[in-house]
Design a protein around this ligand. Structure first.
Ligand code: ADP
Ligand code: G6P
Length: 468
């Protein structure tokens, strides 16, 4: 492929994700400005992006015409346009009403809609085209998550010279579930366009390898599958993490200290159980509320002594199952407060919005018990953030066995969120745990979270992708 000089330029390291790592805001002069959103992924990839004239391709949210590519914080930002129809069919439809529930144990029935699939193909092609245009000769393209599973193959066809990595942030289901997908072969082949496919946990990588044999007739070995044209595709687990040191430093800051005093007095100096989740049906918020309500009713917890703080910013609100969940959760919160709250002292303090990191760190610091009880979660970062924020080495993490993080944080109080009685027992045990017991568990988890932070994740996966 001949290219003139101008064309040969481009980015040697490219990240593709459905969302950009920047948020827009309007400044005092009424101009649109951008600021970096505080995600672990961008923090982890930043050194690589800066070192290698990096670019990030993604959607800015919304449906207005996106700005031309621009530079921000040492990286090039390339916005992808989505029309109203694209948002409805590719994002809300195929990504979040087909793939998301299917990959999370089909706990909500996935919808299989042929026109959504068509739009998914079309938008994936748009991302692949943008990457093909942007990537330098021999560069590396690192593609993120379930919204973009067809991009590896599409990009390989356009640009066989680039190295392609893919990382799935959510679970990858077993054959019994994945088989439901009418376009299952296309998705598998899409992914296999990559040189490396990363999953959160070993079981997910295993599921994928098995499927390459069952659906594509390939002969995978432990960590490798040899795909069409004799290419070796590396398949492995790379559990993602957080910027642990940053959280620890933030949790020790004066701003956090100030907020702690304010929160404690506002919450009536009761002991705090905390939940922090996007309002998503996978997070098990309903089960958590049920267990809490029963504990108050049974007298296992005394409403004079405890408050459940549940932070739950609404998410994907135009998808039906999310709107329904919001109603259910709000009804249940109202019910618990009606029954057990007192004037000015609700039994559940429900905060239906995003908080900034300082506010979150302050809540993590004052929570005696943190409840992370998803029905299924690829990893779950909130529990790692809690651990990193426990600067005095005490505290109780109650963690669902069905979060990827449970494979690493084995000293948490593990629970099965389907088993309400079992969950109540675990909460009670954590509630009564001695300081010594708390520290024994927490110190092992802190060691783990500091050693396996997001920088370690990025260096492991990028090393295996052939760049350091
Ligand atoms: P998911 O990616 O499914 O939402 P994770 O636990 O893996 O779940 O990651 C969620 C991220 O979003 C964490 O970094 C967490 O701190 C952040 N987050 C969750 N809830 C809130 C909130 N109410 N306000 C601000 N950030 C939040
Ligand atoms: C999960 C997914 C991400 C997604 C995020 C927020 O973490 O793995 O890909 O960006 O949720 O969801 P949203 O639909 O708002 O992007």
């Amino acid at each position: 492929r001949k290219k003139d000089k101008k064309e040969q330029k481009g980015s040697t390291f490219l990240v593709l994700a459905n969302r950009l790592p920047v948020d827009s805001y309007t400044d005092e002069n009424g101009n649109i400005q951008w600021k970096r959103s505080p995600g672990g992924l961008v923090t982890a990839l930043e050194p690589m992006l800066k070192k290698r004239e990096g670019a990030w391709i993604g959607w800015a949210g919304g449906t207005s015409e996106p700005p031309a590519p621009f530079r921000e914080d040492g990286m090039k930002i390339v916005p992808i346009e989505l029309t109203q129809e694209d948002v409805e069919e590719y994002y809300e439809g195929f990504s979040n009403a087909t793939l998301w529930p299917l990959y999370h144990d089909a706990m909500v029935t996935p919808k299989f809609d042929r026109s959504w699939w068509g739009k998914y193909v079309e938008v994936n092609q748009r991302f692949a085209d943008a990457a093909a245009k942007e990537a330098a000769e021999g560069g590396t393209v690192f593609i993120q998550d379930y919204q973009l599973q067809l991009v590896p193959q599409m990009l390989r066809e356009l640009r066989p010279d680039v190295r392609i990595g893919f990382f799935l942030h959510i679970p990858f289901p077993p054959k019994e579930l994945f088989s439901q997908l009418p376009w299952r072969r296309r998705v598998m082949e899409g992914l296999l366009g990559a040189d490396l496919i990363g999953f959160q946990v070993h079981g997910a990588a295993r599921n994928f390898l098995d499927l390459t044999r069952d659906f594509l007739g390939l002969s995978p070995t432990e960590n490798t599958v040899v795909a069409k044209d004799g290419r070796q595709v590396k398949v492995d687990d790379y559990p993602i993490s957080i910027s642990s040191k940053e959280y620890d430093t933030l949790a020790r800051s004066a701003e956090v200290e100030k907020l702690i005093h304010q929160y404690l007095s506002e919450l009536g100096n009761r002991r705090i159980i905390l939940g922090v989740d996007r309002l998503d049906y996978t997070k098990g918020i309903d089960r958590r509320l049920k267990a809490y309500r029963e504990m108050l009713a049974d007298g296992m917890l005394d409403p004079e002594e405890v408050v459940l703080v549940q932070v739950a910013p609404p998410s994907r609100e135009r998808v039906e199952s999310y709107a329904k969940l919001r109603e259910e959760v709000e009804r249940e919160v109202g019910g618990i407060n009606g029954e057990f709250g007192r004037f000015g002292l609700p039994a559940v303090d429900y905060i239906p919005r995003s908080l900034n990191r300082t506010e979150l760190a302050a809540l993590f610091r004052i929570a005696d018990l943190m409840m992370v009880t998803p029905i299924r979660d690829g990893m779950n970062l909130v529990c790692k953030e809690y651990v990193a924020s426990r600067i005095f080495g005490n505290g109780n993490l109650i963690l669902s066995e069905f979060a990827g993080a449970a494979q690493e944080l084995k000293e948490a109080w593990l629970c099965n969120p389907h088993d309400i009685d079992g969950m109540k027992e675990v909460v009670k045990a954590a509630w009564d745990a001695s300081e010594e017991e708390q520290k024994r568990r927490m110190s092992t988890m802190r060691d783990h979270v500091f050693e396996y932070d997001v920088d370690r994740w990025a260096s492991d996966i990028l090393h295996d992708l052939g760049i350091d």
